[in-house]
Design a protein around this ligand. Structure first.
Ligand SMILES: [Zn+2]
Length: 133
């Protein structure tokens, strides 16, 4: 399963980032998913919910998906057009000499770290107590 592999990769990466930066909780993760990346976003959310349970740092996180429209460039007339609507054939000149320039990605756009403890416990002593929990 394609989606599972990607989520697994992201979850692992977030775990590492959280450890490095001493983040206890991740609030939200924004993912940019290209329109023609072949990723089923419903499945993505299911996988996320599955991994949330297994990665404490993600337990209360929210997965936000942003769809990036697919854009194709025509090598013949130099124009760009909507991939999903027109496919591989340029709607302007009918050329098939086209290639995808955007919409095939799956990238982490933003990670929002939650650090409630930092706000609640301003004094370092108390913060340490909190960390020991
Ligand atoms: Zn064209």
């Amino acid at each position: 399963m394609h989606e599972m592999g990607i989520i697994l990769h992201i979850a692992k990466m977030l775990d590492e980032t959280a450890q490095e930066q001493n983040i206890k909780k991740i609030g939200s993760v924004t993912l940019e998913v290209g329109e023609v990346s072949g990723i089923m976003t419903d499945l993505f959310v299911d996988c996320w919910n599955y991994f949330k349970v297994r990665h404490p740092v993600l337990a209360e996180s929210e997965l936000r998906l942003v769809t990036i429209p697919a854009v194709t460039f025509c090598g013949n007339c130099g124009r760009t057009y909507e991939t999903v609507r027109y496919g591989k054939e340029c709607p302007y000149c009918g050329s098939g000499e086209t290639w995808l320039v955007d919409g095939n990605q799956c990238v982490i756009k933003e990670i929002e770290a939650e650090c409630e403890e930092c706000e609640e416990f301003e004094e370092s002593e108390e913060f340490e107590e909190c960390e020991d929990e």
